[in-house]
Ligand binder design. Structure first.
Ligand code: SR1
Ligand code: MG
Length: 415
């Protein structure tokens, strides 16, 4: 897709001028536009992001670039802010205060303006700084339960769901990125892949020659493309979450697409596992195990509660669907399917963050390079084990038990 004639990448002066033309947002900032501070905070791989502040308030200003921000030679269509705006409009009414407030979208400039969260910290950064906020993981469980249940056929007439599926099915460029970077490239030679230490190479070669692992990945790839269960965030890593101890927001929904619910759960769990292996002490690792369990239980219980309350007819009325014991079994099967997907997608997320294109900063806190390599090898080996033994890692309890037992970090034990 070529930029429209009106498109140009905006600098601080142009950002002030654009916001000055939007009375509601200008009023939110207060004062005269010349006074507004424009601060670039671009952090992700794809877009320009600025915080624009005036005497009375601040907003977050995001603009798509015609290329990947961190690699201008990788050309990209601009429509990702459109999909992020549509995702926000779809999930905000469902998820209460767990995301950012939508303020404005400009379809010519591909600009999205949302509430600023400058008092919050990116969750990955907070975790790397040693913060432990036990409320965050269950809040993300609530977020995923409400966002996915509320956009699924379980909650909505098929006409609404099919219309939304058609809209988000056009998010081709970012869905292609997910397919390539998460589900394809790490399992073959590709120039985008890289890893930091040659000590990881034997594990990479083992992964690529393990029939069970490749079959598991192929199955996940098929499920990602062919199970449009609900509207996904599509990139729910710890860099897509901003938090304080008491307030957590999911941001950056530009990868939104209909897909299997376990994809979002697996992205979040996979990133907590990366943090687990990068964590310098056993008490902190224990806390991460609790976070993963707390996320999963809150997601599971909330999703089921929403479903049961939606299916329960008011007293004295007839309900069009079968319910009773058969409905309980059907619900349990669906939850088990989400759990299996969660485990599988967590595995591929861990692998791609260590040997694929887009790594994460979690391991950068470990000073010694040999120890960084050992910790990365621990995470990679764990994900490989999970994918190769999905028949034995069938529940989140299995997953957590294997994680706790997986002693591949090379870090000192207690005492
Ligand atoms: C080229 S985009 C690379 C990665 O950054 C995004 O946040 C997604 O995780 C994507 O896979
Ligand atoms: Mg992002």
């Amino acid at each position: 897709m070529e930029p429209t004639p009106a498109y140009r990448t905006l600098d601080a002066t142009a950002i002030r001028a654009l916001i000055a033309s939007l009375p509601t947002i200008a009023a939110r900032l207060g004062g005269a536009s010349a006074q507004w501070q424009v601060r670039e905070v671009s952090d992700g791989n794809l877009n320009n992001v600025f915080l624009v502040g005036g005497p009375s308030g601040e907003v977050c200003f995001k603009q798509s670039l015609p290329h990947v921000r961190v690699d201008p030679s990788w050309k990209m269509p601009l429509d990702r802010t459109f999909f992020e705006a549509e995702w926000l409009r779809a999930i905000q009414p469902l998820t209460g205060g767990l995301t950012t407030e939508f303020l404005h979208y400009d379809p010519d400039l591909y600009v999205l303006i949302v509430e600023s969260l400058s008092g919050h910290t990116v969750l990955r950064t907070a975790l790397m700084q040693g913060a432990h906020w036990p409320g965050v993981a269950p809040r993300i469980g609530m977020f995923v339960a409400h966002a996915t249940f509320g956009t699924s056929l379980l909650a909505r007439p098929f006409e609404d769901v099919f219309t939304a599926r058609r809209l988000f099915a056009a998010n081709l460029a970012l869905t292609r990125i997910t397919l390539d970077l998460v589900l394809d490239d790490p399992y073959r030679d590709h120039p985008r892949n890289h890893w930091h230490d040659p000590a990881l190479t034997p594990i990479v070669l083992d992964i690529r020659s393990s029939a069970a692992t490749l079959l598991a990945v192929e199955n996940l790839r098929r499920r990602f493309l062919s199970q449009p269960q609900a509207l996904l965030h599509g990139d729910l890593h710890t860099g897509s979450i901003m938090s304080t101890a008491d307030d957590t927001r999911v941001i950056d929904g530009e990868f939104a697409v209909y897909g299997p619910i376990g994809f979002d759960c697996g992205m979040f769990v996979g990133n907590l596992v990366l943090h687990y292996f990068a964590t310098p002490d056993r008490a902190a690792r224990q806390a991460t195990l609790h976070d993963i369990a707390a996320f999963w239980h809150r997601f599971h219980d909330e999703f089921l509660a929403l479903w049961i309350s939606h299916d329960t007819p008011p007293p004295g009325t007839l309900h069009p669907l079968a319910y009773g014991p058969a409905a309980d079994v059907a619900r349990q099967r669906f939850m088990d399917e989400i759990m299996a997907d969660t485990i599988g997608f967590a595995g591929v997320e861990i692998i791609r963050r260590i040997i694929g294109y887009a790594h994460t900063a979690d391991f950068d806190t470990i000073a010694a390079s040999h120890q960084r390599a050992t910790c990365r090898a621990g995470a990679l080996g764990f994900a490989y084990y999970v994918l190769e033994h999905l028949d034995q890692v069938r529940t989140m309890a299995d997953f957590l038990r294997h994680l706790a037992e997986h002693d591949g970090t090379g870090l000192p034990g207690p005492g």
